[in-house]
Design a binder for this molecule. Structure first.
Ligand code: SF4
Ligand code: SF4
Length: 442
């Protein structure tokens, strides 16, 4: 078993069956991050389904309040230029509904659906590019050739997406078909691992609904958009890491987005709870499948996490345990708020307490080069960019780093190569903006 620097073990996993979403859930206090100033004022009541944030751009989704509550506090994020504001919601009842009774658009008109999705947003899809609403809007300006529902796991062997396909099989296929029509894409695809236990059942349903089923070995980092579009984009399409897939005529959706759309249409209720897998790297506690509201404190997700909010701030990462991002938690009245579940995040990993091993010099073993899926020379790239951050050739190569973390994972000297490249990418982005502005001014 390979071991990640920092102590995370890789475990072989198969898709788990998620329980059905509960009708009602405990009325915990939620903390939801708005991209800008929220709609309600502090101290005011708000109903489930009311607007929490109104987007100021037609491409962006609004944000809906999931529970009936009182707005307990509005907390601006630290940093003068950061427009984000956290809304703290105290529920008005002990148990709150897990879905919103709301009719889906009655018309099959794609514009009516785009508006409805915008109103009931957000529809974020971490690690697949912009959220669904933004992809659909951009697809209207630049026609989409294909819509792809990505059933490969974001971080195998943790089965975040394959578990949703296994648990909501018919819904995922129906939702993919509907989303293909809303996106006005020429073709809709579902990509799965050929070894997924339900592959035999998926095939006839896909055929009957006109969804094309494609298989790819579920190997990290095959679910990355750059890799996916290279393999399933119909040839000749290159997507720089982090770029919007609609720029190459493709919309990407997660299985839960597809299942949620189908369930809305067939039940007349929009799911507000989202599926979550809690990954525990300890013997006997590998995965806990559950449903929770975005904005819910992580410490409330499982009894084993209760009362450990401080520890969780340093040990819980969203998604990918290799390059996963630790939760943000702005300061409020001198207290650090507990980390909370963000919208659209289906995997939370709780890392062991062990810290990083001490960093040793590069021994030129070449392992980072061997393992890089986009054929970069990771340590050479780091060294070149550290010497000259605006080196145009190195910056071009940096665009193809998909932040998979494999180079850091294999490095025997524990050099945080991927993390350094991530930091250099943000420096490089700032430099680009400055250079563009200088060019415009000339
Ligand atoms: S994180 Fe490392 S291994 Fe992964 S693409 Fe970037 S340079 Fe290559
Ligand atoms: S894997 Fe680590 S030690 Fe080996 S060449 Fe890459 S950076 Fe150097």
């Amino acid at each position: 078993m390979a071991k990640l620097r920092g102590g995370m073990d890789f475990r072989s996993g198969t898709a788990v069956t998620l329980p059905p979403p509960p009708d009602r859930a405990a009325g915990d206090t939620l903390r939801i991050t708005c991209p800008g100033p929220p709609t309600p004022a502090e101290g005011r009541p708000i109903a489930a389904g009311d607007r929490l944030y109104t987007a100021d751009h037609e491409h962006a989704p609004h944000l809906t309040c999931p529970i009936a509550a009182t707005v307990d506090a509005l907390i601006p994020w630290p940093g003068a230029d950061d427009p984000r504001v956290d809304v703290v919601l105290t529920p008005t009842v002990e148990a709150v509904a897990g879905a919103l009774a709301l009719d889906p658009p009655s018309k099959t008109d794609p514009d009516a659906w785009r508006e409805a999705l915008r109103d009931t947003g957000p529809w974020p899809q971490p690690r697949l590019g912009p959220d669904l609403v933004t992809q659909l809007r951009r697809g209207r300006d630049r026609p989409l050739d294909r819509l792809i529902c990505v059933g490969l796991d974001n971080f195998p062997p943790y089965p975040d997406r394959s578990s949703i396909i296994k648990s909501f099989l018919d819904d995922v296929i129906l939702g993919t078909q509907i989303l293909g029509q809303i996106a006005e894409a020429r073709r809709a695809y579902l990509i799965i691992d050929p070894k997924i236990a339900t592959a035999g059942r998926l095939r006839p349903i896909c055929r009957s609904l006109g969804v094309r089923l494609r298989t790819t070995p579920n190997v990290y980092p095959c679910a990355d958009p750059t890799m996916l579009i290279h393999q399933h984009g119909g040839g000749r399409r290159k997507l720089p890491h982090g770029a919007d897939p609609t720029t190459v005529g493709v919309a990407l959706v997660t299985p839960w987005t597809a299942a949620r759309i189908a369930r809305w249409l067939t039940r007349g209720k929009l799911d507000l709870l989202q599926p979550v897998l809690l990954a525990w790297p300890s013997p006997g506690r590998v995965l806990t499948p559950l449903f929770a509201f975005p904005g819910q404190p992580l410490a409330m997700l499982d009894p084993a996490l209760a009362g450990r909010a401080d520890e969780l701030a340093n040990r819980a990462v969203f998604g990918d345990p290799m390059t996963g991002h630790a939760p943000d938690a702005p300061i409020r009245r001198g207290q650090r708020l507990p980390p909370t579940l963000p919208h659209g995040q289906h995997l939370i990993s709780v890392l062991p307490a062990a810290g990083r091993a001490p960093v040793a010099p590069c021994i030129s073993c070449g392992w980072c080069v061997d393992v890089c899926p986009t054929r970069l020379r990771p340590i050479h790239l780091v060294q070149r960019l550290e010497r000259q951050a605006d080196d145009p050739d190195a910056r071009r190569h940096l665009d193809y780093c998909i932040d998979c973390g494999l180079c850091s994972h294999v490095c025997p000297s524990s050099i945080p190569i991927a993390q350094t490249l991530r930091e250099l990418r943000s420096v490089s982005g700032e430099l680009r903006t400055v250079n563009d502005e200088v060019k415009r001014a000339e």
